[in-house]
Design a protein around this ligand. Sequence first.
Ligand code: ZN
Length: 286
Amino acid sequence: MRIANVAGRATLLDADGGGLDVEKASGGRFPSDPQALFESWDALRDWAAGAGGGDFAVDESQLRAPTPLPRQVFAIGLNYAEHAAEAQLERPESPPVFTKFPTSVTGPRSPVVLPSGNVDWEVELVVAIGRTAVGVAESAAWGHVAGLMVGQDLSERVVQLSGPAPQFSLGKSFPGFAPLGPALVTPDEVADPDDLELGCAVDGEVLQHGRTRDMIFGVAELVARLSAVCPLLPGDIIFTGTPSGVGMARDPQRYLRPGTTLVSHIAGIGELRNDLVDGPGARAGG
Ligand code: ZN
């Protein structure tokens, strides 16, 4: 099952990209609000299996984030060994966790305003929770996952790294710093949800390329470890970490520029396409 947010309405996608409005097609059984849909995820899956094909062509420019306002956003740092190495940090013994505040969420085709400073790219697999998870075992963890998305953990490195202790959550939470989508894809739609090819490029130049099988802590272990502390609620999301190739680790360092387009993909899930634009008065010299 693939569920998209089309202009604010939950929409079931068929194999040809056609859309079926969930609220209308279900006669009001399910809400139009994509974020509210997670409260009845199991019932939605049962209904969708017999719902039939789409009845309108989805306009890509109308796509919004499949999880527009999650109650909790978890993000994992240093979850690929090569990325930990390029950051000149030790391979972690437990996953470093921070948040991206929910106001940073944006859509898969939305432009992103670059604030002043050094804005970096981090393509990531993002997991959405479909069933409340409290202290779940790793073996049961995938059963609490609603689906998968492509995400970008955009990061402004000056705010992130200034001060007496790093400000990961703040530096990664400017408006638009969490593009998500293009749709929420259930794990059964991909051959192996623990081994997905992912990457990102700017104006066609590949910046990152990896596979999720190289994560130090896989999806199931992350769900288990996070749910041992925080109840994971329907519609919550987890950014699972980025592979190597970020701009901060390059020599010379390199950051996103206005007037370019960042394309982020995961094979079998889809791609984000975000134009990067200058903020008013920001980035003297571009
Ligand atoms: Zn990240």
